[in-house]
Design a binder for this molecule. Structure first.
Ligand code: PD2
Ligand code: ZN
Length: 285
């Protein structure tokens, strides 16, 4: 039988690492439960890239030591709403591990329409960063079409970017330009990580433009009647695409133990439009 590395297998490996099992023990139990050795090894290599790193722990003291400064919202006093400068943004739900925050009212209906209409003429089948070279390539896991705006490309885009910067306490200059994606029924974005894999040969080139990605904000510009949620398989979470709402998540290191594997579920009925903002360590040029 030809086995392949499934999302479930990757998820299971992440859980075993978090529980403190060694790489060797995890490999042995995969083989014992019927996984071909080559597939088990491939899954381990893809999922467990830092065997020397201590397993993820959620003890606050440990997390604070050496913790990276990350984009984040100030939820310390459990606000219902956050003042993002020109708009009050609702906090609908939050998760600490992985850090995921669902936001309401981030964009107005007029802003969603304006972004869709300015993106529409520029749409092309979505590309992703080619990790082998640092260039761009067609990705079969991503059946949406999309386009990028330059930072501040229109006054509307600049206003939204200033709002995001204030909300997430991260400089506008550290953000990539907005990406707008369009998914028709059947289109999806299979689960992936947004950070750049340190083991890929093209990564050093990509990092020259502003360092690693640290966080993602996916803003929903439309509301498909069914399907199209943003899924987090390692957290068992699916965020419904509600127009004007958004999901924010951050990753303190480029590693699966951040549990930020996420995808865009297939759209079943209607059209899904999103705008994504990625936040980098340094100024993105
Ligand atoms: O459209 C989405 O829900 C989605 C899901 C996963 C977008 C992205 N990733 C992305 O733009 O990176
Ligand atoms: Zn993504």
């Amino acid at each position: 039988m030809n086995q392949s590395v499934t999302i479930e297998l990757r998820q299971w490996i992440v859980e075993q690492a978090a529980a403190g099992f060694s790489r060797e023990t995890v490999m042995a139990s995969m083989v014992a439960s019927g996984w071909q050795e080559s597939v088990a090894l491939k899954a381990l290599q893809a999922t467990w890239k830092e065997p020397a790193t201590a397993p993820h722990r959620s003890t606050p003291v440990l997390r604070r030591e050496g913790a990276r400064h990350l984009p984040d919202l100030d939820l310390s006093r459990s606000p219902r709403q956050i003042d993002a400068g020109d708009r009050m943004v609702q906090v609908i739900a939050s998760l600490s591990q992985p850090r995921v925050v669902v936001l309401g009212n981030l964009l107005g209906a007029d802003e969603c329409d304006a972004l869709i209409e300015s993106a529409r003429p520029q749409l092309a089948r979505s590309l992703t960063v080619a990790t082998k070279t640092g260039g761009e390539e067609l990705n079969p896991d991503r059946t949406s079409s999309g386009t990028f705006f330059a930072r501040g490309q229109t006054p509307e885009v600049a206003r939204i970017e200033a709002r995001i910067a204030r909300l997430l306490n991260w400089p506008v200059e550290h953000g990539e330009g907005l990406q707008v994606l369009h998914y028709r029924p059947g289109a999806e974005y299979k689960p992936h990580y947004d950070y750049f894999d340190p083991d890929e040969p093209g990564t050093p080139n990509i990092l020259k433009r502003g360092g690693q990605r640290l966080a993602t904000l996916v803003m929903y510009l439309s509301e498909p009647a069914r399907g199209g949620g943003t899924t987090f398989p390692d957290a068992g979470l699916e965020v419904a695409p509600v127009r004007g709402n958004a999901v924010f998540f951050s990753y303190d290191r480029p590693h699966p133990s951040t549990r930020t594997l996420h995808g865009g579920a297939p759209v079943i009925e209607g059209d899904k439009w999103v705008a994504t903002k990625w936040l980098r360590e340094r100024e993105f040029i």
